[in-house]
Design a protein around this ligand. Structure first.
Ligand SMILES: [Zn+2]
Ligand SMILES: [Zn+2]
Ligand SMILES: [Zn+2]
Ligand SMILES: [Zn+2]
Ligand SMILES: [Zn+2]
Ligand SMILES: [Zn+2]
Ligand SMILES: [Zn+2]
Ligand SMILES: [Zn+2]
Length: 448
């Protein structure tokens, strides 16, 4: 809404058409000056400030909700105030933050009062803001800067650890780790299970070894500084898996080699007292690539079919045989393992771990246990092999370190055998109790 200043026209007829003054109710004389505000006409002399009552007359005024105010009262009542001088904010403003606004001329260092530069005007020194106050560089450093505990330099940006302050260089020296790939020291890094660190860039860029989880190097100039032998170029399996140079010489691609590993796994479990078949009676073992493995898992509705990269599958067939015996029908369930399939190219000890898992499936399948109850048991069998051969490439024997998982609660004969074994071997020299999550750590990168 706006107010307009007018004068009554000299023409009498036209003058009569204007209604009486909304304040004093007198009519308007010819040529008399009046104002129109929110559809009402008012004598100039009757036009006063709503707040202080002073005549506005020809002075500038402001209007709000149909009421007129002298500029002094309008600014006092309705305009936001400068946080420095307390006066109404008009003209060029500086928004320090959501709470603090200043006149451009009030944007000064809170200590020395020197003019600070603001958007649209580069006059004055660079402003630094802390807790609703602005400072020049010198006074910001004095007021808010921190001192590096190693070199004593006053800092605007610093690192804090254990309530000690560091400049970037000394923080990196103290807490940074060198990337195994590029040698760069950084304070944000990834550490794998083996204690090797990687800068974030390489942790993101390089594929992890499918077997051991170490990053797989690529040949090229950036990798020449590689401190670790495992970062020499690895092997890309073209099915989305890579193997590091350390694991490549151990990789098993030949089905006959894989079968000999299966034989060692079966012997390992037979030595633990489990009733597993001898290698000659074991089902066929096939090595597949990822897509063939995925199809096979889906075909057999394996619990692993939903996984991103199933490692192996035990294919089984179940049937019901009905036979007549002395005039009565007898139903008996038949369980058969057709074959075991594994991805090709695992290093020997990793293949042994995967096969241990599949031998678990085989054991439970042949005894008619439903698929659902398999998973925990099969992981236990895998972990036994993983932890026994973590530090040696050889497959384990009974006298070697025995690792027991403690998180299994479902009763079944397989577990009873494991438990029985743990009692028998309680006098073994190295007995380590691990839970399942700890067992899995070895295959994943973890954030430092
Ligand atoms: Zn009037
Ligand atoms: Zn007033
Ligand atoms: Zn001000
Ligand atoms: Zn200053
Ligand atoms: Zn320093
Ligand atoms: Zn790096
Ligand atoms: Zn590897
Ligand atoms: Zn499984």
């Amino acid at each position: 809404m706006t107010a307009t200043r007018l004068s009554v026209p000299d023409n009498r007829k036209a003058a009569q058409k204007i209604s009486a003054c909304a304040v004093c109710a007198r009519s308007f004389g010819q040529g008399e000056r009046f104002l129109r505000l929110a559809g009402r006409s008012v004598h100039e002399a009757c036009f006063t400030c709503t707040e202080c009552g002073e005549q506005i007359g020809t002075l500038p005024f402001a209007e709000r909700n149909g009421k007129a105010y002298c500029t002094r009262d309008f600014e006092r009542l309705f305009l936001p105030k400068c946080n420095r001088c307390g006066k109404a904010l008009t003209g060029t403003l500086v928004k320090v933050n959501s709470k603090v606004q200043l006149h451009a001329q009030c944007f000064r260092c809170a200590v020395c009062g020197c003019q600070l530069a603001h958007a649209g005007c580069r006059v004055g020194s660079e402003p630094y803001v802390s807790q609703n106050e602005a400072y020049c560089l010198t006074h910001y450093q004095i007021k808010c800067g921190r001192t590096c505990s190693e070199c004593g330099i006053k800092l605007l940006k610093w690192y804090e650890r254990n309530s000690q302050i560091f400049c970037e260089e000394h923080y990196k020296n103290r807490f940074g780790r060198e990337c195994t790939v590029c040698g760069l020291v950084s304070v944000q890094y990834n550490v794998n299970f083996y204690g090797e660190s990687y800068c974030q860039e390489h942790a993101k860029q390089l594929p992890a070894c499918h077997a051991c989880g170490r990053l797989v190097g690529k040949s090229g100039p950036t990798h020449q500084k590689a401190a670790s032998a495992s970062l020499a170029a690895g092997c890309d399996y073209a099915d989305g898996r890579s193997l590091c140079a350390r694991c490549v010489p151990q990789a098993v691609h030949n089905p006959e080699d894989a079968r000999s590993v299966l034989g060692q796994v079966l012997t390992f479990f037979a030595n633990l007292g489990l009733d597993v078949p001898a290698l000659a009676d074991a089902p066929p073992l096939v090595l597949l690539d990822r897509s063939a493995m995925q199809r096979l898992c889906e075909h057999h509705s394996s619990a692993h079919a939903h996984q991103k990269c199933p490692l192996g599958v035990t294919c089984s067939r179940h049937s019901i045989r009905i036979s007549a015996q002395s005039g009565r029908q007898r139903r008996s369930e038949q369980h058969e393992v057709e074959r075991i399939a594994c991805l090709h190219g695992f290093p020997r000890h990793f293949l042994a771990a995967v096969l241990a898992h599949e031998v678990g499936h085989m054991y439970l399948t042949l005894r008619g246990f439903p698929q659902l109850s398999h998973q925990a048991c099969c992981e236990l069998t895998r972990h036994r092999v993983v932890h026994t051969c973590r530090n040696s490439q050889a497959l384990p024997t009974l006298s070697q370190q025995v690792v027991l998982a403690d998180s299994l609660n479902t009763p079944d004969p397989f577990q009873q055998l494991h438990n029985q074994h743990s009692r028998l071997s309680s006098s073994a020299p190295a007995l380590i109790l691990l839970n399942r999550t700890e067992c899995k750590l070895g295959w994943n990168l973890r954030q430092a």
